[in-house]
Design a protein around this ligand. Structure first.
Ligand code: ADP
Ligand code: MG
Length: 245
């Protein structure tokens, strides 16, 4: 699971300093999908970058599976990051590599044998429902299919945590529904803990167990989706409800 404790990120210093995350407390419980929503500029991507320590927090702690990553040096961080799969709005696939070759990259990087890698890639492509696209290049796939290949690649090193920053943003409703179903399957079958960051409220209702609203670097409201939808006084519930009708 992921725990963020008093997480603070300040960019710049002196009079130009901008506090993007402000003593933020947040947790992704084990085996759940926790959404973070908020408008553009709220600090969502900065939050994602801080979880993998690609951005170093100014203060506070990032605890993943019990390890305080903020206390780790670069070498330990490289190992710890293997436990965190990441997917972004851009699928980040290499255009000159086939779907299978893209999925195999993290395995090659770790020196996994060719035979082992082939078996694992086949298993991963099957898991995302794209075994029949193994030899296709990214430009021969739809946006939703490319994103599923990105998910397969993110799963290659058997992470326990998946970090998704706007992974369904810009996809058509059918592709989004397929990704949503896939991520829920990964939660249910692999027990993955998923931090699902998005600005799209309707996707949140479809996918998340819990949701937190980020505004000016703070979590201003959070709870379980089912409770928020019932709570007439909840602003988040209000924003979630119309999309459901
Ligand atoms: P979101 O993903 O919610 O749209 P971001 O985390 O990308 O928001 O950005 C939040 C704020 O942090 C923005 O005002 C942005 O300009 C600022 N910001 C992000 N990265 C940097 C950086 N490297 N240096 C300075 N400011 C940054
Ligand atoms: Mg963003």
């Amino acid at each position: 699971m992921i725990q963020l404790e008093a997480l603070t990120k300040v960019f710049g210093d002196g009079p130009d300093a901008t506090t993007v995350l402000d003593h933020l407390d947040f947790a992704v419980p084990s085996g759940q999908i926790a959404a973070v929503v908020g408008p553009s500029g709220a600090g969502k991507s900065t939050l994602a970058q801080c979880v993998t320590l690609l951005e170093r927090p100014t203060s506070g702690r990032v605890v993943v599976n019990g390890d305080d990553l903020t206390a780790f040096g670069e070498r330990d961080l490289r190992v710890a990051r293997r436990r965190i799969g990441t997917i972004f709005q851009s699928d980040g696939l290499f255009a000159r590599r086939t779907a299978a070759e893209n999925v195999a990259l993290p395995l090659q990087f770790l020196g996994v044998t060719a035979a082992e890698s082939r078996a694992r890639v086949a298993e991963l492509l099957d898991r995302v429902g794209l075994a029949h696209k193994a030899g296709h290049y990214p430009h021969q796939l739809s946006g939703g299919q490319r994103q599923r290949i990105g998910i397969a690649r993110a799963l290659a090193l058997r992470p326990s945590v998946l970090l998704s920053d706007e992974a369904t943003s810009g996809l058509d409703p059918d592709s989004t529904a397929t990704i949503v179903a896939l991520l829920k399957e990964l939660r249910d079958e692999l027990g993955l803990s998923i931090l699902f960051i998005t600005h799209e409220m309707d996707t949140v209702v479809q996918i998340a167990d819990t949701v937190a609203r980020l505004d000016h670097g703070r979590i201003v409201e959070s709870g379980r989706i089912v409770d928020l939808l019932r709570d007439a006084s909840s602003l988040l519930g209000d924003q979630l409800r119309p999309a459901r009708a």
